[in-house]
Design a protein around this ligand. Sequence first.
Ligand SMILES: C[S@@+](CC[C@H](N)C(=O)[O-])C[C@H]1O[C@@H](n2cnc3c(N)ncnc32)[C@H](O)[C@@H]1O
Length: 355
Amino acid sequence: MNYIGSKLSLLDFLEKSIDKVAGKDYSVFCDFFAGTGAVGLHFKKQGHQVYANDVQYYSYVLNRHYIGNHRELTFKGLANEMPDLKKVDVGQRKNFVCDYLNGLKGVSGFIFKNYCLGGTQGQHYQRQYFSDENGQRCDAIRMKIENWKEQKKITDDEYYFLLTSLLESVDKQANTASVYGAFLKKLKQSAQKLFVLKPAQLIINEQSHKVFNEDINDLAGKIQGDVLYLDPPYNHRQYATNYHMLETIAKYDDPQIHGKTGLRDYESQKSLYCSRSKVKQAFKDLILKAKVKYIFLSYNNEGLMTPADVKEIMSLRGKYGVFTQEYGRFKADTDQKRDYKAKKTLEYLHYVICQ
Ligand SMILES: C[S@@+](CC[C@H](N)C(=O)[O-])C[C@H]1O[C@@H](n2cnc3c(N)ncnc32)[C@H](O)[C@@H]1O
């Protein structure tokens, strides 16, 4: 997923830097601003036990699957609904179930009625986040997944796998420049393509992992770990508004929505890390209450806190240090037209060895 602040292309830098400070000698890796789960997943693959958290529910769903799921999924409870499933190799059942869902007929549900041109015609706001066909397809698949869960035909692990597969697949065909803060007037080429539900990657291992959906400042004092990796928002852009569509598909809770973009209420998910006047206090509170041996913070040179602010706060816990790396700026489809002063930003990885 093309996600603001994703660390997918910095994983090597993160791993090498963290190893230089903490060695390989740690077990629990906490990724508490987890977003897409890319960082936690990388450390899960290295054999660590991972605890992931994010305040957004769609991110909880992604992490509940990518991090939390660590055993093969059998879909035993769907045997009556899909008699042929029993003949399918266990490892292939994820594909089989996704193919079944791909065959469903579209339904005019919440996404179609509120976020597609066909569904919003004649209403005060006409929206086009998805093609009509993709909106109806998303509704049909989302409803079926919920229906299976309510009827206890799928386990929690299977439920989060299917939701993750849906979020990842539908996001690829969204009619946006990248985030959901706005939609494009005309259906762009990729949005015209029918979305296909593709099974999300499943990493199997022996470790059991934990996944949370809380504000980090509420969670941090309750959890013990070895390494705490922090990747907060750097600026005023709230993830709750930029990814409101994913939140609604994940929750599918028929929210009250408003305005041109059909935003849902996000009062309880407003991040203090996006507020110039509140970020330092929130960060200090977090650093002081974390129960870990090492804290690492990804932040760039355009963030709301200066490197000096970060150093002052992290030094309160022990020996401070920093690594840096040049990094390409986050790009939406339309960004090519913008005249950015700098195409590269400087990415910092601050750390403190806690005493
Ligand atoms: C820079 S992104 C993390 C990106 C992630 N490392 C990745 O590679 O996908 C920041 C994340 O912090 C989350 N967030 C913001 N404020 C938060 C808070 N107070 N508590 C927990 N999560 C928060 C956002 O929802 C967002 O997913």
